[in-house]
Design a protein around this ligand. Sequence first.
Ligand code: B82
Length: 323
Amino acid sequence: MIKTKLVGFERVLPSLSVTNDDLAKLVDTSDEWISSRTGIRARHITTDQNTSDLCIGTAKKLLEKAGWESESVDMIIVGTVTPDYSTPSTACMVQAALGCVNAMCFDISAACSGFIYSLSVADKFIKSKTVKRAIVLGAETLSKITDWTDRTTCVLFADGAGGVLVEAADEGGILYEDIHSDGSKGSSLVAGYRQNENPYYKGEAKSRGYIEMNGRDIFAFATRMVPRSIKAVLENTDVGADEIKYFVLHQANKRINELIARKLKVSEDKFYSNIDHTGNTSGGSIPIALAEMNEKGLLKKGDKIILSGFGGGLTWGTMLIEL
Ligand code: B82
């Protein structure tokens, strides 16, 4: 059986880092309030880059480091809810910038689970022998859908891109996945509602662009469903939590991941955390964390890691990976 191996990890964060003290000049908040509730101390915010720019930078680094020819890439997938355009897709923009003329390219909308969903789709194309090499990115510019006057949300969200190269291999790679959606709870985390206000529309204007969330509801969802999903992956593969080197989860709030670690009876030290300097980058958070870990030498060949995303949709998903 063909396996899907992760063979490169890169990220691009905008150069501007905005601290909690900086935000306290925009809205009524404080470093103490933000950091004690979320673990966030600073986040990167773009001044002139859109999602495609961050993706193109990440994909260029990936190809250069791995020495892959642009023409050898069969597929580009971007998990994002903040594409530059509805069409062309962000993935097609990456293709054009890099000259990946042989790739099929599309975006996937699964919010903070977007990278996991994208990796899952790439895995299936590789296993079906349609694709040998793919670029899989998770990227957002959430600062463009953030209400910068709302102190409860503008302190959370941020910008950034991360990505991996995946390649058909004989062993290791993506060993198992557990992926779910619950559309009935979709209204607890929404962004970018566009009412069709065409000339024949008789109702009131209802479009609402910014992120709106019911924090309590989604906090309860994440801390209930993610431990279940991780347990399902470990049980179905007969892998013990002690055999997992790192748990790399979506970075929404440090408290969520601490509670998940406690529920799984796993030391918090095994839960990689970078939310202190990245904030919540939605689909970008897991691949950005992976790229950081790789740079620090934490990702070693043969190690098993768990990736878990959770977010709007609602969507969630866990993968067991052998590096
Ligand atoms: S919160 O509602 O304000 N809260 C929990 C009761 C404070 C500790 C909150 C905050 Br602040 C930040 C994030 C969340 C949260 O639950 N986020 C998510 C949960 C599930 C899926 C995605 C997210 C996300 O924010 O990306 C709650």
